[in-house]
Ligand binder design. Sequence first.
Ligand code: LRH
Ligand code: MN
Length: 437
Amino acid sequence: MDKIATPALDQDFIAQQNAPRAAALQDEYDALGRSLDRRGIDIEHVTAAVGAFAVAAPSWAVGSGGTRFARFPMGGEPRNIFDKLEDCAVVNRLGGATPTVSLHFPWDEVEDVAALKEYGNSLGLGFDAVNSNTFQDHPGNPLHPLSYKYGSLSHTDPAVRAQAVAHNIRCAELGAKLGSKALTVWIGDGSNFPGQQHFGRAFDRYIAGVQEIYAGIPEDLRLFLEHKMYEPAFYSTVIQDWGSSLLAAQAVGDRCLCLVDLGHHAPNVNIEMIVSRLLHARKLAGFHFNDSKYGDDDLDAGAIEPYRLFLVFNELVEAARNQAPGFDPSYMLDQSHNVTDPIESLMTSAVEVQRAYAQALLVDRAALDGFQDTNDPLMASQTLKRAFTTDVAPILAMARQRKHAAIDPVSAYRASFYRETVSRIRPAKSGGSGGIV
Ligand code: LRH
Ligand code: MN
């Protein structure tokens, strides 16, 4: 398959875009370097860590998102997984932080998996955790003749559960062919009425189903369980919170871990505490980063609560510092872009995740330990705030420049006229109803 011809993927174009910005960046970087040096921090250490940091792009988020009320497609909507990979390649080429893509099956399923792998690799992309889908029916798909209306892995009908288990194992096998090392299982199973579902029996059926999946997937694959408070079920959800997810993961096995989607909690829940608990249990799978104000809003990471994102990374940097056993979290974005160009939102969201990480690396942990141990809450809080209020933008931009990505990804993207290019070559998609894709 021929790669799309666009300056957005062209080294020289990016170098041209960076040239007029390089001197100012170097000046700001040197100034920050001197300031951090006075704090006993080597800026090069932080820039190298940021450069090595990567977050996966979700294939399902490069098309315009929508709600149950409406979806407003833009020009150049991706028509298939190959278009989605091209868009993800632009996000990575200019943003320099998303070298892998997380696929969703059956949305991204193709006959020739080897060709898909090859095309992704030819665009400089690898494949992260794959996602199964037993939260929608797939009319006409011979592998899903039975409906998931009343659930999937926790369904009362063993035939529906068997269908869901088989689908998950198949997703893991497809993922393994692509080089993916994990399968994420999120199910919408639950109830809308008190009494509709037996909480205990539904949970038992779910655990039995995940145990079957675990036994059926390649031995080097990890299995990620994703909890969510509500939606599509509005009274109870089988895997409603981190506690349910942890109980299930502990019942299934060592490679079964708990994935934290930031939007899957009630407003004001202390997510960084949940991260600390899952680390304690050695069961942290990783993250679906996004932001929210009310429900599972799937807004751009860092757009609403950047301090919360920083506090999550504060726990992760602390865990790395303590060499927490089995610490190898998977980082992914999971967003829905209803009013922005998804490529711009994904690039800037990856930068916001990097920003939180870089700021967490600036925390004076020895001082913090001291203030915590001597019960000096004010200075403990100030120690975190000092890191959070440090403008690390020169570090993030320098890390991009050193990767030959764009110092200013959004202005380079707009200067590439990529959206105009794909709007010309990809037939316009009519409106259509809600749903992620
Ligand atoms: C559920 C979820 C899950 C995905 C879906 C696209 O809300 O976060 O991770 O399967 O979004
Ligand atoms: Mn998610």
